[in-house]
Design a protein around this ligand. Sequence first.
Ligand code: ZN
Ligand code: ZN
Length: 410
Amino acid sequence: MKKIDEQKIDKLANLAVKRGVSLQKGQNLLISAPIEALPLVRKITEHAYKEGANIVTPLFSDDEITLSRFKYAPDESFDTATNWLYNGMGEAFDNNTARMAIAGDDPMLLAEMDPDKVSRANKATNKAYKPARERITEFKINWNIISWPGKAWAKRVFPNLQEDEAIVKLADAIFDASRASVEDPIAAWDEHNKSLKIKTDWLNNHNFQTLHYKGPGTDLKIDLADGHEWMGGASLAQNGIICNPNIPSEEVFTTPHAFKVEGHVCSTKPLSYQGTLIDEIKVTFKEGKIIEAHASKGEEVLQKVLNSDEGARRLGEVALVPNSSPISQSEIIFFNTLFDENAASHIALGQCYTKCFKDKNLSSEEVKSNGGNSSMIHIDWMIGSEQVDVDGINLEGKSIPIFQKGEWCK
Ligand code: ZN
Ligand code: ZN
């Protein structure tokens, strides 16, 4: 029976504590994780206390326990949520508790359950989760997400392998993508953060007004939001701590103008959305809005997504990722946005990142008038490949190459 490399678990845990969440002496740490990730959580806890953590609190979830509710709980259960828990998390974050989340659940766990119960339960949880979510999206505290190869996820990525082999293979892919399998992951991340900073500084100095994408089936001009800022890699939380929210992360990203996108674009990799694969997406934008959309597979789901709300047909994110990124080179489809969005340059339909503005204190009206989109969805899909070029057009109308054949010109 194959087993996950324990040394690499230790390296990932150490990296997550020191560079991911960047835990400070005396800080409390809240970890949410699937119970399968117990070996990783134990290691994280060990490193956290060695760094001077005050109290580490793990919150575990379990697929069987989650399913029990959908199978046996009374109907009233699905309109309620554990408000006390999320209020407590909000209170913890107000008191400077750092947050770590470990992803790795079965992406299809609830696929067989009653969709009505699932959507009611999601709605109730989303509402109750607000005090915790707001402090995370407003970046009040340092936080980090890493991943663990849960068995159901591993079998989805590698359906033809035995369970133990699939888990080990996904584990290695996670470690590699997270730069946790190298000799010194901390030094590798310091280097990586430095190189992402050079890119964001260069883009911010140029202050491009428009990005022009050209490739097979693609000729697209995306204007960026007024006062936008490019971000990527390590970033500063409001509590003054610099952390790496996502491990892995290969992208630099900013907020496009929701009303100034023109032309057509095709996807370069399939999009996995709630268990459906949507492939070969082709859309046309006019004044920022998608006026025509097709897909060779999953078109029905795509149309449903586009009709979710007002903002679902407009862009909320534009991100640049070179084709040489380790995740792209692995050629694995992870069925998980945390990984797949780091495989190629992408755009996202829906909600924008309000932090991607030079002025960090914009009201939601100001974000909107600067071109920031709002929606209840945020779905990334890939438009970059070794055949796609991206030019930046500055305020004087001068065009400067940013990407050629899928790689940074800079
Ligand atoms: Zn992104
Ligand atoms: Zn995104």
